[in-house]
Each structure stands twice: as structure tokens, then as C-alpha cells.
Design a protein around this ligand. Structure first.
Ligand code: MN
Length: 484
């Protein structure tokens, strides 16, 4: 019997007689978790571990049994999920602890984290059946811990759904108000958006840009809520709806930008080139906001298809099936295939490594590590030498995580949060103590950056930081200052 079928049967028997709050069989939960993993493009080993993820904790099955039946790698993943246990949000200190735990797990094997996130997503989808007093706690954990992690990993799809599922439980009143407000203006917004997209297509076609895909996305309600908290004024939020333009190459992205700015007036200060300067989580694309001409303001996101795929699936888009071309793989995939819409499966067989050139280096290394760890020995070997030994995770005092290459300094940390913070930095504290800006940060350090509005970077900093992105930011600011 193929591995997935065996795991399916094994989990069914192990959870026999157990039910969830909804009255549903417990087994349904592990199948749904496995389905989410398959949809995210995880390989057979991870899907199998997803099916078995609660057997050790809830069914008194021994880990040795899992190892004997399903091999060392599956057992390793199940053990990782079990050990991670529950991550509780109990105020800021515990929050940091939970985040640390998650990142340690991630540095051992990112697939453990993917299982944990999928498990949480299914629990959130079924939260309405859980007793009231538990709902708020679970939803708060989701907002404070799981959703930010999904965001960090660049898996927007998961991040958005987790946030929007948790929002009504954590902020019921705010949720209701916002939902009502959005509903009222929805039709009008969609109609004017459609009109605008048509004129964009025409303008692009006139310049010979015809191989272009356009669509739009509506901001998740929670994400909108957060923005309102920041901006205070819904009128100032320009990306409630954003038009997406997808093309084949980065060069085409800039051509599209040229056409757009030639046809509509852009809002100053809203042009973001995340192709030249990717976000810390690897996100790439060009954003600009323009006046449509009939009183509206719209955000436009220009990306290649690969960048878009990456922005939806992040790290997950790179841990795909090994090759998917041999007959055996096909057979193994049969079970997943029966669960998924056809279009999804096709995507899975493409190797993202071959097709994606604009992937951050560290993610490529991560994939190479995951994809080659198939036999026992290399798996063990890779665990010791995995690429995470070259990355560190540092924390802001509030518990935000910043991942950096090894040997990074507080300057890298500051610029990774925001170039404004870097540009106005006057000093740094690590673990509450003042340190020099050249200090090499360690895994788990809590770094506090002190800033002053009048402070400016200095040429010496270029040699005191590690990341090319930081050096670039410093040089950009220095040349801007000299032109003044
Ligand atoms: Mn579970």
C-alpha cells in the first residue's frame, strides 16, 4: 500500500471513537490538515506527517511505532509538532517565548512549522463549535502568533485567512462595524474598479503590452482594520482594492510602470520598488498609487507571475514535490489528487526552482536542503549543516522577529525594520545593555534601536554592517544628503 493510504488508515484507526467539539469525528481534523498541506504544495512526507500529527499526543501511539511504520523523517516531523505543543499568548513576555519556540522549530525543519500552521488553520475554520470561553484565547493566539509567522514566511494566503477568521472573535464590535461599512460601498467600488481595469488594459495594449494578466484583490478585513488603527482615517487608505498587473519579466514590470505613470498621475511618495529592494520576507513587486481621473485613487501592484506566486505561497511555494515525474510519485500523488481541484495539481509538478529567478538566495538554499533530504543519511547530515546555521533571528522589544544573516549588526537590524529607523539611529541596546554598532548579533537577541530625528547615517557604517541591502540603503541616504 502506498504511504499516504497507509497513514490515512493508521490515523483513522488511531483516532477511532474520538470526536471534536462539533461532534465530528476527530479523524476529519487530521485529514483536513493534510489537505491544507497538500494545497500549499507540501510533499508526500509532510502530508503523511500531517495525517499523523495528533497520533502521538492524543492516541498514546509511540513515536517508535511511527518510525517503524513510516520511516525516520515522518517520525521526526511528528515529533517536532508534538514537542512544539501549544503556543499560548499570555502577554508580551510569553509572546516572545512562543515566537522563540516557533523559530527554533523552524530552524530545525520548516516543515514542522507548516504542519503547525495548517493544523491551526483547520482549528480556526471550525472555531464556532468551540465553547465561548476558549474561542477568544484561541483566536488571540492566532492573531498574535500564527498569522504573523505566516506573514513572515511570506505565505499571504494563510496569513490572510488566519487573520480574517480570528478577527470577529478578538474584536467583535470593530469587525461588525467594518463589515457593514464595507458592504455598503462594495458594489460601487467594484464597478469603478472594473471600468478602470479596462482602461489600463487599453493603455498597455497601445504600447504593445498584450501578454498581461490583470485582476484585483480586496484587502482582508483585519488587515484593513489594522491600517485604520495606524492611519486613523479610512479616506487615506488607498489600497482597500488594489489592481494587480502580472507580466512575464521584471523588465516588463518597469515598462508597465512607465505606461501607467504616463497615463495617470501618481501620488507622490507612494511609489515602492520592491523589485530592486525586496521586503525582508522576500516579497517583490512594484507598487504605485494613482489618481484615476474621476476622483478615485487606486493602488496598482505590478509583478511577474513568479513574484505573484511567491507572494501568495512564500516559502511554501518552494518546498514542492521532488520532481513529480516518475511513475512512483504519480502513484503516491493519487490520493492528494482526489482531494484537490485539477488546476492546483498541475502547478505542483513544476519545479519552482527552475522557473523562478527572483527568489531570495536563502530560500533557494532552503529548498535545496529540503528537496535533497530524502535518504536517511543525507537527511541527518543536512540537519546538522542546514542553511539555518547561517541565519539568526533577533527580536524587537515588542517581539517582532527579524531574520538576518549570521554576523549581522544592529545597523542591519535597524534597516531591516525600516530604512527610516536606520537613517535616524543613534545607538542600540541588546538585552537592555548599550552596545557598539559593530556588535555581531546572536540568535534570540532582543535588540532595541534608539533613534533621534536629527541623526543621520555615516559612511563608516557601510563597513560596520553585513547585508548588501543595508549598505545600499546607507549609500542611498548619504547621496541624498549630499545633494541637499
Ligand atoms: Mn491537530
Amino acid at each position: 500500500m502506498i504511504l499516504i493510504d497507509r497513514a490515512y488508515e493508521f490515523a483513522r484507526k488511531a483516532h477511532e471513537g474520538q470526536t471534536r467539539h462539533s461532534g465530528e469525528e476527530y479523524f476529519i481534523h487530521v485529514v483536513e490538515t493534510a489537505k491544507i498541506l497538500a494545497e500549499l504544495g507540501m510533499g508526500v512526507t509532510t502530508v503523511v506527517a500531517g495525517l499523523l500529527h495528533d497520533t502521538v499526543e492524543d492516541c498514546e501511539i509511540k513515536l517508535e511505532t511511527i518510525e517503524k511504520e513510516f520511516g525516520e523523517e515522518v517520525a521526526f516531523l511528528v515529533d517536532g509538532v508534538t514537542k512544539l505543543g501549544s503556543l499560548r499568548y499570555n502577554g508580551a513576555d510569553r509572546h516572545n517565548e512562543s515566537l522563540r519556540k516557533l523559530f527554533v522549530a523552524m530552524s530545525e525543519d520548516i516543515r514542522v512549522l507548516m504542519i503547525k500552521l495548517s493544523d491551526r488553520l483547520h482549528n480556526m475554520r471550525t472555531l464556532s463549535h468551540v465553547p465561548n470561553e476558549k474561542q477568544t484565547r484561541i483566536a488571540t493566539e492566532t492573531l498574535e502568533i500564527y498569522a504573523p509567522i505566516a506573514y513572515r514566511l511570506g505565505i499571504r494566503k494563510l496569513n490572510r485567512e488566519l487573520e480574517d477568521l480570528a478577527f470577529p472573535y478578538v474584536y467583535p464590535k470593530e469587525f461588525e462595524n467594518l463589515k457593514k461599512a464595507m458592504k455598503e460601498s462594495e458594489r460601487e467600488r467594484l464597478e469603478s474598479l472594473e471600468k478602470f481595469i479596462n482602461s489600463v488594459k487599453k493603455a498597455l495594449a497601445k504600447e504593445g503590452l498584450v501578454k498581461v494578466k490583470t485582476d484585483f484583490r480586496i484587502k482582508g478585513l483585519y488587515s484593513l482594520y489594522k491600517k485604520i488603527q495606524d492611519k486613523k482615517d479610512i479616506e487615506k487608505i488607498y489600497d482597500i482594492n488594489a489592481v494587480r498587473i502580472l507580466v512575464d519579466t521584471s523588465a516588463d514590470c518597469y515598462r508597465v510602470l512607465g505606461v501607467i505613470h504616463g497615463s495617470w498621475k501618481p501620488l507622490p511618495g507612494r511609489i515602492k520598488d520592491y523589485i530592486a529592494f525586496p521586503k525582508p520576507n522576500g516579497y517583490q513587486g512594484i507598487h504605485t498609487t494613482i489618481f484615476t481621473g474621476d476622483g478615485d485613487v487606486v493602488e496598482i501592484q505590478i509583478k511577474t507571475h513568479d513574484m505573484h506566486k511567491f507572494s501568495e505561497y512564500g516559502v511554501a511555494s518552494h518546498i514542492t514535490y521532488k520532481s513529480g515525474k516518475t511513475g512512483k510519485d504519480e502513484e503516491t500523488l493519487g490520493w492528494i489528487k482526489s482531494l484537490l481541484p485539477k488546476t492546483l495539481i498541475k502547478e505542483k509538478h513544476k519545479s519552482f526552482l527552475e522557473t523562478t529567478k527572483d527568489v531570495p538566495h536563502w530560500i533557494k538554499e532552503l529548498v535545496a536542503y529540503q528537496e535533497h533530504s530524502t535518504d536517511k543519511e543525507t537527511f541527518q547530515e543536512n540537519l546538522k549543516n542546514d542553511f539555518f546555521s547561517n541565519r539568526i533571528f533577533a527580536f524587537s522589544p515588542k517581539g517582532d522577529v527579524v531574520d538576518l544573516p549570521i554576523d549581522s549588526t544592529p545597523i542591519d537590524f535597524a534597516y531591516s525594520i525600516h530604512s527610516d529607523i536606520g537613517n535616524h539611529m543613534i545607538g542600540a541596546k541588546v538585552g537592555g545593555k548599550l552596545v557598539s554598532l559593530e556588535t555581531k548579533l546572536q540568535n534570540g537577541d532582543i535588540v532595541e534601536i534608539m533613534t533621534k530625528q536629527s541623526a543621520r547615517p555615516n559612511l563608516k557604517w557601510v563597513d560596520m554592517c553585513k547585508m548588501p541591502m543595508t549598505k545600499r540603503h546607507i549609500r542611498t541616504e548619504l547621496s541624498r544628503m549630499s545633494k541637499k
